[in-house]
Design a protein around this ligand. Sequence first.
Ligand code: HEM
Length: 333
Amino acid sequence: MKLRPVALAVMAGAVAAALGATSPAFAADPPAPDEIVDAFEAVLGPVRTHRPSHAKGTCAAGHFVATPDGTRLSVAPTFSGQRVTATIRFGVGVGNPNGADTTRTTRGLAIRFETPAGDIWDMANISAPIFGNPTPRVMVDGLLARRPDPATGQPNAERVAAFVAANPSTTYQGRWLAQNNPPASWATTPYWGVNAFRFKGQDGQVRHARWVFEPRAGTLRLTEEQMRTLPANFLADELRTRLGRGPVEFDMVLQFPGPGDDLVNPTVAWPDDRPRTTVGRLTVTEVAPGPGGACDPISFLQLDQGPGVEFSDDPTLHARTGSYAVSLSRRLQ
Ligand code: HEM
């Protein structure tokens, strides 16, 4: 069946309900999708016009073609080797749609793949190799620890400090971001999927893997001076200028775990020397001329594309689809 974005939006509520707290892969005491979005809103206030995470973004479009290795390693329709259309959103990891492009946070690459037969696969990736939360419960607790105190309008510093002391792995991503300045362009950073998935290959074997989209233009980060002086909205203009010269390309690369590598905790990267295989190329050919576009009214739900690309047991992965759907439902109200 061909699923159109509108149909997916209508499904959002049902997906959210179905994915509640019942999946066996969830960690103990998992937050329900509504509780997760409520926690974002406890910090940001009601969010009805934009996303609570990566609130700022620009729509783009292009296509994806799997390599022969990709076709070998996944039986999922996206990896057939046919050209698959890509609806794309490049994001900035801020809670405010007017946040600055120089903010020391992650940048996002969200992609909806759609095969000629209408199979849809959504994913959202970030420009850091690790996530800031080991479990969805810790994410909710961290957000609630940072909710503004009604008396001051600011988070309570003692409450935040106590949360961080109790959950040190929530600082790992911030430490990485402190050592790696934000990208100079949406086209000059790797974007990591961060969560592990199970890839089922043509040989019937199931292999755990994480993916990264490597920029063919190379990695280029802002200098400290550029972080101080560049305009707040430079990223979209830079991408428009760049695409005027030709397409922007990323290689999708799978990384396979070694013995003992953590399959369920996205705050821990796997060592760089783990085997890697290039499974496809994403080619970005268009960018929206201004705000809005095809990526705006949808949510990149982070879908399981079974049997070729299935969710691992990482609880943060299982928390995504339902909470993204609830977030979209609130935007559509
Ligand atoms: C506990 C795990 C997570 C939860 C509960 C969560 C929650 C959310 C929510 C509610 C949204 C807004 C979706 C929308 O309104 O359309 C969002 C967006 C996003 N998330 Fe997550 N997230 C989680 C993990 C991750 C991870 C591991 C990554 C990185 C790979 C990630 C990357 C993104 C990106 C890039 C967006 C923006 C997507 C877009 O541009 O539409 N998230 N997240």
